[in-house]
Design a protein. Structure first.
Length: 275
């Protein structure tokens, strides 16, 4: 499933190609993604509009159009974009095709159809669509500070791992990245969030940012055609220190890595190094 680093990488790649191009037509081959696409509304919003730029918020990509509308895009489990010549044959799972004024076609492919593609009106130019208003800060932006996290965690008995994976606290810290950041910070994933000192949370914020930045860097060098391999949990996989390493030796102390299930998600940690 594409996580924040992969979505960021896809967004950057699209942002290198699409701005300045005009959508001249839209074909919806199959409207049933996670939600049913309103094809008429999509066409009404997009046709004859120029794409200004693309930006990411949480795991969504927002494509700003020059008419005050935007396309809200989410890759779901298996979503991919590609930009190709308009004459290329449509692939089996390519559900939406945006015809561009450059004789190119910008296509959305999604075998499992869990993605989201919809046209939205922005409250103000460059603003955040209503659908995304409830999200907490971006982990790589200035508002995500140790002080903010300390305040959010105050009096909370919820385990720290579940807290940092809660989108209202901070967005985009997926399961793998949560385990890896906590390992680097030396904090047990099970520790009640409200009991962690500001000093420890300062390290955690730093490690979350470090892990995500490394993953973005890795994704950025892997993706050349905007696609994310199906079923791959991320390009960062090869460099994981704890995730998926149950019973293998901890890279720091050699003790076997423990596994627990938290909020339905597999969690890996070293009982000795993480307290
Ligand atoms: Zn250890």
């Amino acid at each position: 499933m594409p996580e924040l680093p992969e979505v960021e990488t896809v967004c950057r790649a699209l942002n290198n190609s699409l701005p300045g191009k005009t959508i001249v037509d839209v074909t919806v081959e199959n409207p049933q993604l996670r939600n049913l696409i309103d094809s008429d509304y999509l066409k009404e919003c997009c046709i004859n509009t120029k794409i200004i730029s693309l930006r990411r918020r949480a795991k969504y990509i927002i494509a700003d159009l020059d008419n005050g509308k935007a396309l809200l895009l989410h890759l779901g489990m298996t979503g991919k974009f590609r930009i190709c010549s308009e004459t290329e044959a449509v692939k089996k799972h390519e559900h939406v095709l945006f015809q561009l004024d450059t004789n190119e076609s910008w296509r959305y492919e999604d075998p499992r159809r869990f993605g989201i593609l919809k046209a939205v009106t922005l409250p103000v130019e460059g603003g955040i669509p209503e659908d995304l208003e409830h999200f907490g800060p971006e982990p790589l932006e200035d508002e995500f500070t140790p002080q903010y996290l300390k305040k959010f965690a105050q009096n909370k008995t919820k385990p720290i791992k579940n807290l940092i994976m809660d989108n209202t606290c901070v967005v985009g810290v997926g399961n793998i990245y949560a385990s890896e950041s906590l390992f680097r910070a030396g904090i047990s994933p099970l520790k009640p969030a409200g009991k962690i000192s500001l000093k420890k949370l300062t390290v955690l914020v730093e490690k979350i940012q470090e892990v995500l930045e490394e993953a973005i860097k890795a994704g950025g060098t892997t993706i050349s055609d905007f696609s994310t391999p199906d079923g791959n949990e991320g390009y960062f996989f090869r460099e994981l220190a704890v995730y998926g390493r149950h019973n293998e030796g901890c890279l720091t102390c050699g003790s076997p890595i423990s596994k627990v299930v938290m909020a339905g998600r597999s969690t890996f940690y070293c009982k000795k190094c993480q307290r």
